[in-house]
Ligand binder design. Sequence first.
Ligand code: DP6
Length: 327
Amino acid sequence: MAQAQPNIALIKYWGKRDAALNLPVVGSISITLDALWTRTRVAFEPGLEQDRVSLNGRSDAAEAKRVSACLDLLRQRAGVNWRAAVDSRNNFPTAAGLASSASGFAALIHAGDSALRLNLSDAEKSVLARRCSGSAARSVFGGYVEWAHGKLADGTDSVASPLLEADAWPLRVAVAITSTAAKEVGSSEGMRRTAQTSPFQSAWIETQEADLATARAAILARDFAALAAISEYSCLKMHALALAAQPGLLYWNGASVECMRRVRALRGQGVPVFFTVDAGPQVKAICEPQAVEQVKAALRDIPGVLDVVETGLGAGARNLTEAEYTA
Ligand code: DP6
């Protein structure tokens, strides 16, 4: 049994150099959250004919296929072909741009590693989680995390590692939920379409190293203004890249745009806050702790914002006891 939390990229991952191995064209930097989680139980049962997968109490064929493919990586490592019963649940809406695949696959790899007594290192878990969903590589670790794009064809160097502990710079995050519908175009398909059709793909790849260096320095210096500027830049650049695909990928709704404008207005008034948005319509406002009540109130006020969820930064994937799992 394991728990992992979603992460939010400040310097975005978008694009793959190898779709089968989930190798990214660029490195990325994220923060791991604490209040949102996925809890997963994996039990390998030699008598089972096929994997039995329950996600939030339901079974879905497409999701089950992805889970089985991920379990195959663990079975391969362990040299067994036992099928497994998997039970997993999130305390937040799935597939709505809140990175449920990141926490989901990080928790699955962690729980599967324990169940098979593989004793994988965190770096090895990150590599396996990456193969299930790119951003899951980062949720193996807590706090501020960088995932290297790597150079090797087999992807063993495309692994995440921690940059700074969560406690060392405890920023807060207010997530404005503007829709609970599943996203129209998933990240994998969005990235494929972008790489094939967006004229900005090469500029995106060329400029990423500089953004990573700027963000890394801002995090190590706890320089909020610098992190705010580079994070909004990376977010808007990723969306500009995806908007220029054919057909264009428009992940925002009207409320998303209003949230971004409100965050910018607050920052203009001296409030330490910035936004980021992934492949969905939710807006994540990252702020210094003393500003979080004001930021939440401002976002709640925007028509179309259904809810605002607050979270801090948290730890990486970890094992749970039975009591913690059922709590
Ligand atoms: C916009 O990790 O969900 O959130 O590797 O295809 O599973 P796959 O994609 P996924 O993509 C996340 C994209 C993003 C940016 C980010 O998290 O860096």
